[in-house]
Write a protein that binds this ligand. Structure first.
Ligand code: HMH
Length: 224
């Protein structure tokens, strides 16, 4: 069976880069949601910026789908990624409803530089020079940060305010957790067969994503 007698790449990386991973998944913004101390203007700022991010995430995921179709050794990968596209469709609709609930006018949100930098980084990964292994690994990393972060706000002992629970459920629910786990298995399967160069690039991409995620949460404070 897979992973019984050799180190799984993504696990190795998350151990090696544990501090930055915790920085991305246990950020003060998330801890503030979890203990109820979050400033609602921060939450609204995050909501508006993340809507912009998610719209830019769609073409990235479409590029992963295209790469899977061309390069994958397993047809089932397409179904998983297509599920991700469907989830993004729901997410965009959810953002619109949620924003009107909070009085956030999505059309007039100005993307912040940090957001633009992250979107531009993802756009760079849509290049045909970036192979499927790198793309699916990056996809796993982006989704997993949100899953781990928001699931933490729903764990026993958390004091997440009622009006924020729905947001936490969106990424913290078990189905999304299962989906992230499937993305991880695909990434690890590909990394196992990849060249040293591709593995090294995928690890650097992971680090960039974790840094962008920390910056993204920082943006909610409005001090940038
Ligand atoms: C910044 C950011 N990272 C990850 C996700 C997960 O889709 C998201 N919605 N936004």
């Amino acid at each position: 069976m897979e992973g019984t007698d050799r180190a799984v790449m993504t696990d190795t990386w998350l151990k090696k880069h544990r501090l930055i991973y915790l920085g991305a998944t246990r950020h003060p913004f998330i801890l503030g949601i979890r203990d109820g101390s979050v400033d609602l203007s921060s939450f609204k700022r995050w909501l508006g910026q993340d809507y912009i991010f998610v719209r830019a995430f769609v073409p990235f995921v479409a590029s992963v789908l295209l790469k899977a179709w061309k390069e994958s050794d397993d047809n089932a990968d397409i179904d998983v990624i297509l599920g991700g596209v469907a989830a993004l469709n729901d997410e965009i609709a959810w953002f619109k409803t949620e924003a009107s609930k909070w009085g956030v006018a999505l059309e007039s949100v100005v993307p912040q530089q940090i957001n633009l930098n992250y979107c531009r980084f993802l756009e760079s990964l849509t290049s045909p020079d970036v192979d499927y292994t790198q793309a699916i690994t990056a996809f796993w990393a982006v989704e997993t940060v949100y899953q781990e972060s928001f699931a933490h706000c729903l764990e026993e002992g958390s004091k997440t305010p009622e009006e924020l629970k729905q947001t936490c459920h969106r990424w913290g629910n078990d189905g999304f957790g299962q989906y992230c786990h499937t993305l991880k298995s695909i990434a690890d399967r590909r990394l196992e067969k990849a060249s040293k160069e591709v593995v090294a690039k995928a690890e650097l991409n992971l680090l960039s994503i974790l840094e962008h995620e920390v910056e993204f949460w920082n943006m909610s404070h409005g001090a940038v």
